[in-house]
Design a protein around this ligand. Sequence first.
Ligand SMILES: Nc1nc2c(c(=O)[nH]1)N[C@H]1C(S)=C(S)[C@@H](COP(=O)(O)O)O[C@H]1N2
Ligand SMILES: [Mo]
Length: 359
Amino acid sequence: MENSPDENKPQLIPRLRNPDNLESPFSYLDGILTPTELFYVRSHFPVPELTREDYELRIDGAIENTVRMSYNQIRSVSATRFTATLECAGNGRAFLQPVPSGVPWERGAVSTAEWEGILLSDLLKKAKVDPKACEAVFIGADSGEVKTEAKPPCAIHYARSIPMERALKTLLAYRMNGEDLSLAHGFPLRAIVPGYYAMASVKWLTHIEIVTKPFTGYWQTIDYAYWTRDPLSGEPMRMPLGEMKLKSLIARPSPKEKVKVGETCRVFGAAWSGESAVVQVDFSDDGGKSWKLTKLLSHTNPHAWRLWQYDWTPKEAGTVQLMSRARNQKGEVQPEKHNPDMGSYAIHHIVPIEVQIVL
Ligand SMILES: Nc1nc2c(c(=O)[nH]1)N[C@H]1C(S)=C(S)[C@@H](COP(=O)(O)O)O[C@H]1N2
Ligand SMILES: [Mo]
């Protein structure tokens, strides 16, 4: 269970140990930025202990001039800063029936921070990228054996590839919420791939390889991928997860909370989407039969969630299902059901929150 807002100090909720996989207590949402100590942590392997002194970033592959940069060199390039939401592709997995294997995230494998670093596109300017380059593979310094059935025969590094166009928008971040990255969040350098599920935002980034053929590593094809159909042949094929899906969540009231008849309760939450801005969030207190427009509290920000609220005055005692439903600029609406083709990922359907209305 999540701790409820009236319990003393908010804390990360452990979902798996060794390595630590910690969920943000979503009921404590109270601003765009998630304080770093409450930002969720998702790591596959033990944290690699890199040092500022020995750190080097190497960019090679389909480029004419290999890039090698020390930590100090990276810090001396002019910085870019933006706010971005990261959501783990498995966030909400615990709400699927039956609950699939994988870290049983509830609502809080999503958080937002202000990131500061350098744009990969700036580093590639002088590198002369091969026009045939299609992806950038981001490789982390962390490695180990994978425990799933379809596991590779040896220890591997965490690695993900990003289509070139998106890679050029990627920030190589060394600061988070105004402080140097912590070990858990990828010190000294991590990728922040805006709009993508966070498996793409590789932590402890030491190597970027530019490739001319799509990368087919474990986290690209077996894990963090789903089945789709080839548009021409109709054959099932694996597709790597990419853009975040449109989603909204209610932070408060929190599940099982008691609210009072006739008193105004501030229903409050967040909504986000991949590239397309969230333009509307609706609220229902009758399990989705009727919907009311909520008030969006923050401006649209291309990579970050928007906060919303609805002043709700429950009229009768009883147990009700509260729901929120987001819409984006593309005209998409948050769905009612999970798409089974996505397996245990991209869980963005409406999940009701049950609250008790008391006299
Ligand atoms: N090197 C490396 N990068 C990684 C991971 C990892 O295990 N190793 N986990 C990924 C996943 S699945 C997620 S959801 C995000 C989590 O980032 P955070 O721990 O800063 O919240 O990091 C991504 N980057
Ligand atoms: Mo993730």
